[in-house]
Design a protein around this ligand. Structure first.
Ligand code: ZN
Length: 310
């Protein structure tokens, strides 16, 4: 043990002495100093053998999407990325860079979380602090007739299928664009009380835009139309609905439409006309509800609109 430590120190000494113009032989009085320097050097050097991980935004808060970019020496095998009990799909960005998207929402417990990246190059445990955020609260009084309005298994099943998509291609590019020229009438994350009772799991899973009936609705980003749901086919709660697959687990849902300008399977570009605003389903007036989902969880579209997520 001592001899292997001594030879390691000697090798390290040989390596650094040329650069620093130091004497050929290590002055042995400095052995304790050199030994502790070696221990320190090993401690610093060890993490470099695992992955380089970059998490953005640097100070996330509830509703944000965490983008985890992982760089490794060997790009042939994707690392796994997990937080809490959930693991998230990783996709190759370019060269040796992989990326996973981790959604947060008002239902995420704020505080310190451990992000784990593991694979052939080792394991990184990274502490990430999810900042708390207060959301506005709405008090809704439901008349007995409206309280009973429920959706159908058909519409919930189709929406579940849309949110479960993990298409390997990435169709979006850069910040997303406004899906309507109307004004924002309801923000993401709003909490609700129904008839005085806090709806614990409820939060507004999108952003509402209000404009006239029949006003145009545009694709916020490129993608494939993966869902055209009609009231006549059972979309009674959401009304006429469009679902867009932006790829890599990112999907958009547009509800309460009066009509469609696309068909299922069509590929659309950002800003392309896809439908028309309406008040179908459970809506109090003409409005577009745009829900943006990341790996099945409704996230705040605002960071996607302004900063963009790679
Ligand atoms: Zn809404």
């Amino acid at each position: 043990m001592i001899s292997s430590l001594t030879s390691a120190i000697t090798r390290l000494w040989r390596r650094v002495r040329h650069r620093l113009s130091l004497p050929a032989r290590l002055p042995w009085l400095l052995l304790p100093v050199a030994a502790s320097a070696l221990v320190l050097w090993s401690a610093v050097a060890t993490p470099a053998q695992a992955y380089q991980v970059q998490v953005s935004p640097s100070s996330p808060k509830l509703g944000d999407t965490l983008s985890v970019v992982v760089r490794g020496e060997r790009s042939d095998e994707a690392p796994t990325v997990s937080m809490g009990d959930t693991s998230y799909p990783t996709f190759l960005l370019s060269g040796d860079r992989y990326r996973a998207l981790i959604p947060t929402s008002p239902n995420t417990t704020p505080g310190r979380m451990t992000l784990q990246v593991s694979g052939t190059e080792g394991t990184n445990n990274i502490a990430v602090n999810i900042g708390d955020r207060s959301f506005p609260t709405q008090y809704i009084t439901l008349s007995p007739g409206r309280a009973g309005l429920e959706g159908t298994d058909y519409e919930f099943g189709r929406l579940d299928d849309l949110r479960a998509l993990r298409t390997p291609e990435r169709y979006w590019d850069g910040p997303m664009t406004k899906p309507s020229n109307g004004y924002v009438s309801s923000l993401y994350g709003l909490r609700r009380y129904y008839n005085g009772v806090f709806a614990g799991d409820y939060y507004h899973r999108g952003v509402d835009y209000a404009a006239g009936n029949g006003s145009p609705i545009y694709a916020p980003a490129a993608g494939q139309i993966a869902l055209v749901g009609r009231v006549a086919d059972g979309f009674v709660l959401n009304g006429n609905t469009l679902g867009i697959d932006h790829g890599q687990g990112v999907t958009s849902v547009m509800i309460h439409l009066s009509g469609f300008a696309v068909n299922e399977g069509d590929f659309v570009q950002a800003g392309q006309l896809i439908g028309y605003m309406g008040s179908t389903g459970f809506a109090t007036g003409p409005n577009l509800h745009w829900g943006l989902f990341v790996n099945g969880i409704a996230v705040d579209p605002v960071p996607w609109r302004y900063d963009g997520v790679e």
